[in-house]
Design a protein around this ligand. Sequence first.
Ligand SMILES: Cc1ncc(C[n+]2csc(CCOP(=O)(O)OP(=O)(O)O)c2C)c(N)n1
Ligand SMILES: [Mg+2]
Length: 548
Amino acid sequence: MRNGGRILVDQLELNDVDLAFCLPGESFLPVLDALYDSPIRLVSCRHEQGAANAAEAYGKLTGRPGICLVTRGPGATQAAVGVHTAKQDSTPLILLVGQVPRAFEGREAWQELDYARVFGGIAKAAWHVDRADRIPEHIERGFSLALSGRPGPVVLALPEDVLVEEAEVADAATVRPAHSLPRDDDLMRLHELLAASERPLVIVGEGGWTRETGEDVLAFCEANELPVASAFRCQDFVDNRSRAYVGVLGVAMDERLATRVREADLVLAFGGRLGEVPTRRYTLLDAPRPRQTLIHAHPDPAELGFVYRPDLPIACDLPELAAALRQLKPVEPRWLEWTQAARGDYEANLRHEPMEGPVDLGEIMAFLRNRLPGDAIQTCGAGNFTVWAHRFAEFTRYGTQVCPRSGSMGYGVAAAIAAKLVHPDRIAVCFTGDGDFVMSSPEFATAVQYELPIIVLLVNNGMYGTIRMHQERQFPGRVIGTDLVNPDFPALARAYGGYGERVERTADFEAAFERALDSGLPSLLELPVDPERISPRITLSELQLVGR
Ligand SMILES: Cc1ncc(C[n+]2csc(CCOP(=O)(O)OP(=O)(O)O)c2C)c(N)n1
Ligand SMILES: [Mg+2]
């Protein structure tokens, strides 16, 4: 006989869970109690947003579902942001939520929510577990759903008394998701379409990536001299040093790359959903039927044709497809110049223009490109500071860009914590802004508590810069709601028990970065920048002129 809490934790263990993030609640005490004796490491966060974001980042880092435990009502709604990111980013995640006792359900009891309805539109699935002896079945289904097809979040509500109830029940099996293979005739058709093309472009995106998938796709691209771009925040999917890599289709994308997507006569979307960001608000490819011949590969057949009607839909797992493409007989490339020119544009775009103001972010990124080892992990939230962080970074290994494709602020600190927990020997750098950091700063305390020496690089321009930029473009000079009065950030980091320093000039960064690393503490370097310099290519005054 085991109680529901114990049964639950036993199922997590047999699914190789080694880490779980929580914000404790009285609604799931038997689960916490079972974790007391478990090898699973429990990390207790300061806000459910942080717990859910850290679990989401764990899913990105490992390919296994991140586990997040939160209490009912307010706990669950505060965790919703991580569930949304897991949905948009196709990351496996399991959110376990406490629920009122079964006898009270439906009365709108204290903190009661109908999770199936609340999370119905965000998660892949959300349901109640109504008996202790069915917990193994529910957990097995949850893992299977989170991992299969397009990975994503699953929410399981656990009534308080179900966790207390004792039951005699066998454990479920360890979940091994099924795999789907590409069909031979799909591969033949792909080969034919490629052979008929003159300006092909491969775009890699989310949906069940692995390191080998990236290596196989790159080998295929190099053998065929195909240019390969990455979707927004999928920059680490293939080694950026390859002659085939041509840049990222992200926010503030390089105009020359955007033009190439428009001018391509064939797009091979290798994973990804060709979403709003990589298609620049659905303009680079016409929806629903693009001018380009479209080959779209995705593990979930329901995604194929959902927005864009492909000429060749390939429903299969990405690792299996990549391995098959690597074996495909190369096509005689008629597009060598096209690929080389695209690569040339990418390399040119890596060079930064000098920036006015105390600290030059282009210089700092150039330093970090050389200083950081290839396995260092970059995390971020949302803001214009990410334009520098993404444009001037080069990724060589899968699993080193752990950023929210959902564009959610407040993600970076929690993601860096997850990165340090999964890879204690690696450097985890969180890029953040003055707005973004304050949204996630409570988790700096978590980093201190668990002795996780993350490095936070905080770009301070005294405003919600991204929104100010859009404001100046659409309503020039009418600034409202975007100015910020900020705390003393280095002092805040020190107050938490970490290391903090303000970098006054670009030339001081290098030594400050080494001091932060050597401190062995969670650290924060504040980078004060000129608010005028709103993005690498435009200033606020230039924007006002454009707007007028
Ligand atoms: C959760 C969430 N709330 C609001 C937004 C809208 N938003 C996007 S960027 C941004 C400003 C970020 O400010 P900051 O971190 O200072 O970065 P900056 O743009 O100034 O570089 C806001 C409010 C968002 N993306 N996510
Ligand atoms: Mg800012």
